[in-house]
Design a protein around this ligand. Sequence first.
Ligand code: GUN
Length: 282
Amino acid sequence: MSAVMMDGKALSAKVRQRILAETEALKERGVRPGLAVIIVGEDPASQIYVRNKEKACVECGFYSEKYALPAETSQEELLGLIDELNHNPRINGILCQMPVPAHISEQAVIDAISYEKDVDAFHPVNVGKIMIGDFDFLPCTPAGVMELLAEYGIDPKGKRCVVIGRSNIVGKPMAMLLLHKHGTVTICHSRTADLAAVCREADILVAAVGKAKFVTPDMVREGAVVIDVGMNRDNGKLCGDVDPAVAEKASYMTPVPGGVGPMTITMLMQNTLKAARLQNGL
Ligand code: GUN
């Protein structure tokens, strides 16, 4: 078998068109969604992500502000900026690109952003809402995966879903969204005994490990759907968590680049649009 490659770039363009159309309609009612993006320091990968987020704002017709702060910025200064943005009516969504420099507490930053403007869905209130299944903002990367599955007619209901990775950003919320769609979900991690055997049970396998080519063909059941959330550098080349040879066994698979990545930013735009609506009672 050779897997169908799931085209996140194409789906992303389609969803952004829809967001743009909805934004135009909102603007006629006097509301333009606004996103503030904060980046602290010079991390090259973060710089690329932030640039792509700004581009997406333009594509979707949003107002955006970017705050590029030096690496020496104190936590107090950063929290001061967040407080101002929390009270700025032009700004509906606030995102601080992670990681932040070591002298700043990531959790303090997450807690400081008003949960109503928390378009990353990282705030404890939003994390709790996701757990309950009553949420306004979807966690961006897992939401992008769910959109891709839906687009290709893959329903998690009754399926064995295995998520490799237990991060707060991807693994844990990914498991919750699959569970809400009635999947039977297992979360694996670095201490899982016989990880390969657990992965071979999966109808839907999501790799969010952060290690290049971690998932090899022997870990994949013939005909499984394999979703690759990885963004790694292998000798300078961008590659995922899944060995491309897995395509010979999978029924569907996401490429890197061009799979989950573009969808993540599009889901951020969707959350910002939703935030603008909620904050304006529309
Ligand atoms: N760093 C890596 N992924 C993300 C993300 O989704 N949001 C933020 N704020 N930072 C990140």
